[in-house]
Design a protein around this ligand. Structure first.
Ligand SMILES: [Zn+2]
Length: 416
């Protein structure tokens, strides 16, 4: 930003109007990115800007390669035909990378959330060191980059990782499923990916929550609890449209709410945490599998439940009961309107629903209970990648003019 001392008068007004113009440009691009194609008249109505301002701003996005304008159509009955504006999915593309418990994945995701290419591979046993994973991810990133259309502009990377990760630099303080503690994933990836491009990081549950908020089951919702079940149980809490982060950014560890004073030891060092009764280990224990058996065994229990196995159905009913107990507490505190179950818990939704809802009826306070809905996540296994892509696109969406200028786009109206 401008660091010159500001003087009052025409320069100051000019500076302010430039800031406002850039904010409007970002708001229009974000609306097209999240809501899809709009007519210019729609944009006039949605933003309150004048027709000529919208024409100029969409013209800038088109000139910068971030949007395209289609032929004018008559929308509604009033006025002149209005051109349809849409994002150009190739105008800004992120390579999203996912480090999951048992797989690694990469996807090229363009503006508007278009998945242009994707690849997923199993994580080879004994190959989960940071060096091994960074090397494999670099190979996957190269693969999807090669599959990208020739006119696509790569703007950065977004990484979703199954662990506690610092967003600023990709430092992973803890990833128990990978055996990582204090690993500088960010620094390692910077060595093997294109060094000229930024890398954004998020925990996989946080990334999935972001994707569900922008493109999935929580779209448009403002007060949401997302519960993500994999080996552990993670989550995200949205209050009045904003993620609850806590003082140091560690909030959302819903899996470690104490629910059973006499419960089993938890990976976090405590005992009787929610995760010990709703996580996959509990499900496996209830169905006679070794608790550490992993995803294949969880998927086998899911198939058994679909086939009507009484043992599998009873095990999920117990998971649902404990889910309802924990959720009733959260709903009573937060007065949320929507609960989203994702990951393996999303797949288990039909089998946990009845006991979960019964516990909410029993324990959640009446007023809040009647207003809350529990639904499965909508985006399936793509959610972490789509959320990571959103993070990677954020610099372009936040200030398209600055990004276009930095990327050297020749845009006369921006360089004037
Ligand atoms: Zn715990």
């Amino acid at each position: 930003m401008n660091t010159k001392p500001m003087t009052l008068g025409r320069d100051d007004l000019g500076h302010r109007s430039e800031t406002v113009r850039r904010m409007n440009l970002g708001a229009i691009l974000r609306a097209l990115h999240l809501d899809g194609p709009r007519s210019r008249s729609d944009l006039v109505a949605a933003t309150g800007l004048t027709r000529s301002a919208i024409r100029t701003l969409t013209g800038e996005l088109v000139a910068g390669g971030l949007a395209v304008e289609g032929p004018a159509t008559l929308d509604g009955t009033r006025g002149r035909p209005s051109p349809i504006v849409r994002v150009d999915p190739h105008g800004a593309v992120v390579i999203a990378l996912e480090i999951a418990v048992d797989t690694l994945a990469a996807a090229a995701v363009g503006l508007g959330g278009a998945v242009l290419a994707r690849v997923r591979v199993d994580l080879a046993p004994g190959r989960s060191s940071v060096d091994d994973i960074a090397e494999t991810l670099a190979g996957l990133a190269a693969q999807v980059q090669e599959a990208m259309p020739a006119d696509a502009t790569l703007v950065g990377y977004g990484v979703a990782v199954v662990g506690v990760v610092r967003r600023s630099d990709g430092m992973v303080s803890m990833a128990p499923n990978l055996g990582w503690r204090d690993e500088s994933l960010g620094a390692r990836l910077a060595e093997v990916l294109d060094p000229s491009l930024p890398i954004a990081f998020a925990n996989d549950a946080d990334s999935s929550v972001l994707a569900e908020l922008r493109r999935g089951a929580a779209r448009g919702a403002t007060d949401v609890i997302c519960i993500w079940g994999s080996v552990g149980v993670g989550g995200g809490i949205i209050v009045e449209g904003k993620p609850l982060t806590g003082a140091a950014g560690y909030s959302g560890e819903v899996g470690h709410i104490p629910v059973d004073p006499d419960g089993l030891p938890c990976r976090c060092g405590s005992s009787g945490c929610w995760e010990t009764v709703v996580g996959s280990a509990a499900l496996l224990r209830r169905t006679g599998h070794p608790p550490e058996a992993g995803y294949d065994a969880v998927d086998a229990v899911l198939r058994d439940a679909q086939a009507g196995s009484p043992v599998a159905l009873a095990a999920f009913a117990e998971t649902g009961r404990w889910l309802g107990i924990g959720l009733a507490g959260l709903i009573n505190v937060l007065d949320s309107r929507l609960v989203i179950l994702g990951g393996r818990l999303g797949a288990a939704y039909p089998f946990v629903r009845a006991t979960l809802e019964a516990e909410l009826d029993r324990r959640a306070m009446r007023a809040a209970r009647h207003l809350v809905r529990v639904v499965p996540a909508a985006l399936g296994s793509d959610a972490p990648l789509l959320g990571a892509a959103e993070l990677g696109l954020e610099p372009v969406l936040a200030d398209p003019a600055a990004w276009l200028r930095a990327s050297g786009a020749s845009l006369h109206s921006l360089t004037a």
